[in-house]
Design a protein around this ligand. Structure first.
Ligand code: HEM
Length: 494
């Protein structure tokens, strides 16, 4: 009996040692001359570091950046994930080597599963599919929307609607985040469907609820992507994909209304542009139903919550820094008074307000690690080899707080953006929208929204903490995104 036990234990030990040694023998040579990083464990790599309760990428990746310098490797299972923590290196990788690092990883288990069931869409697709959908959506942002008034006109219309809501809830504590979300989502509605939804519209509210649920899951770092065994035990990604399917069905309903009124001689928005492409070439698969719906979901999920969150951060920072808020308001009073509505061109004269928006974008980049990039060929970066098949993330959080670029990087100080002659300079020191051919395609719209919504709110209201004397909570929610916490604020009529 004892002999059998000893034999079995020895066999198990031999097996385990073989697995461990085999794993290191296969993996370590592949990692030669790759950026440094924490010592990986067999099979799981460094994955356990993020699987620990209470640990968030928001804290882990900047800590690893501080330990390993400008670039480091984090092994998720056996997939090398390269974090680039330096602005110059991100630009060298994403702009200079843009042709080999502008794809999205398709081997991510969840990405593949979603694409199989819901089409490829835009944000996670590659090649012609991506290029075509990106081109059409950028055209829609530039030329379409709101019966072809400019994007600025659409934002002014939405500002007016948001101010009406604020007027109703003014002077009392209120959680503004859901309203900011409705306002920024309506800018996407204008790009996609050519018009905004009423804030009380049931279908619109349902869409936002479903999107909020879907975007709360961090699909890029789910264990199922890297550890095949987990697929048998954990079905978290199924719940996520089901919620995307519901959104997809919802978009289908909204599209049905629009398809009826399609007139090829009167192109109004993204949907019309896509329908015309489909009409011109019925075989063109990039604009077929599934892909188009998926691209619409992509636009809502990339453009609504992101902008609303930064806007929320701006209001929280104002409640926390009354002297900075007062300086913005003094400038706004001088340039706009209380009669004229803000225009984007006003930022040239509203320098301090413009710098305040930049400073919050620096301190709270909502997508702190961007969206993963797949490396298609080996290339050299910072003296290391970045191997084909690895996945790169820009560590936007670390770059925006690089002490070599920003003295006292944790300090909230809009004046750091002023050059010698008082102009706002050096905007490209931060990479909150990422860089290169695959950077945020909605950057221009987002910057316009942030400036115009923020200025208009401060023009008529002063932002105060929800409870007098109680500091606002500026700590982000632990997770993959740099999300603000729901909390009440008071908007006091000026
Ligand atoms: C403050 C607001 C926003 C921030 C900080 C932000 C940031 C980002 C970042 C970091 C990426 C990843 C880019 C990369 O892979 O290098 C991205 C992608 C993207 N963003 Fe934004 N974004 C914002 C608002 C918007 C808006 C308003 C829209 C739409 C109107 C939008 C549409 C997109 C799309 C479609 C992508 C995927 C681009 C592609 O794969 O080609 N974003 N965004």
């Amino acid at each position: 009996m004892l002999d059998v036990l000893i034999d079995n234990t020895t066999a198990i030990l031999v097996f385990l040692v073989t697995v461990v040694l085999g794993w290191y023998i296969l993996t370590l040579p592949r990692m030669r001359n790759m950026p440094p990083g924490p010592l990986p464990l067999p099979v799981v790599g460094n994955y356990l570091m993020i699987a620990r309760p209470g640990v968030s990428l928001l804290t882990l990746f900047p800590t690893l950046a501080a330990r390993y310098g400008k670039i480091f490797t984090f092994l998720a299972g056996s997939t090398p994930i390269i974090l680039i923590n330096d602005a110059k290196l991100v630009k060298e990788a994403f702009i200079k080597n843009g042709n080999i690092i502008s794809s999205r990883p398709q081997h991510y288990y969840v990405v593949k599963k979603i694409s199989d069931r819901l089409g490829l869409g835009m944000t996670m697709s590659n090649g012609r599919q991506w290029k075509e959908l990106r081109r059409v959506s950028v055209t829609a942002m530039r030329d379409m929307g709101a019966a072809r008034t400019s994007m600025e006109g659409s934002i002014q219309e939405e500002v007016t609607e948001l101010l009406k809501v604020i007027e109703k809830v003014k002077d009392a504590p209120v959680d503004l985040k859901p309203w900011l979300m409705k306002a920024t989502s309506n800018i996407i509605s204008t790009i996609v469907f050519g018009s905004r939804f009423d804030y009380e519209d049931l279908r619109f509210n349902l869409l936002l609820q479903r999107l909020a649920k879907a975007t709360s899951v961090n699909i890029f770092f789910l264990a199922v992507n890297f550890l095949p065994l987990v697929r048998y035990f954990c079905k978290k990604e199924e719940t996520f994909i089901k919620s995307l399917e519901t959104i997809n069905a919802h978009i289908k309903e909204l599209l049905a209304d629009r398809e009826e009124s399609f007139d090829p001689s009167n192109i109004r928005d993204f949907v019309d542009l896509a329908l015309r492409k489909r009409m011109d070439d019925p075989k063109e698969r990039h604009f077929q139903d599934l892909n188009m719906r998926r691209a619409i979901v992509d636009l809502y999920s990339a453009g609504s919550d992101t902008t609303a969150t930064v806007l929320h951060w701006l209001l929280l920072f104002m409640a926390d820094n009354p002297e900075i808020q007062a300086r913005c308001q003094a400038e706004i009073d001088e340039v706009l008074g209380d009669v004229r509505m803000v225009r984007y061109a006003d930022r040239v004269r509203l320098k301090f307000t413009d710098a305040t928006v930049l400073e919050v974008l620096r301190l709270r980049p909502v997508a702190p690690f961007g969206i993963p990039r797949y490396v298609e060929e080996n290339f050299d970066l910072g003296g290391y080899t970045i191997p084909r098949g690895s996945v790169c993330f820009p560590n936007i959080l670390a770059i925006n707080k690089d002490p070599e670029l920003f003295a006292h990087p944790d300090r909230f100080d809009p004046t750091r953006w002023f050059g010698e002659n008082g102009e706002v300079t050096g905007r490209d020191r931060i990479v909150s929208f990422s860089v290169g051919p695959r950077s945020c395609s909605g950057e221009a719209v987002a910057r316009m929204e942030l400036f115009m919504f923020f200025t208009s709110i401060l023009q008529f209201y002063t932002v105060l903490p929800g409870v007098e004397g109680k500091p606002v909570d500026l700590t982000p929610v632990l997770g993959f995104l740099n999300k603000s916490r729901h909390q009440e604020l008071v908007l006091k009529k000026r």
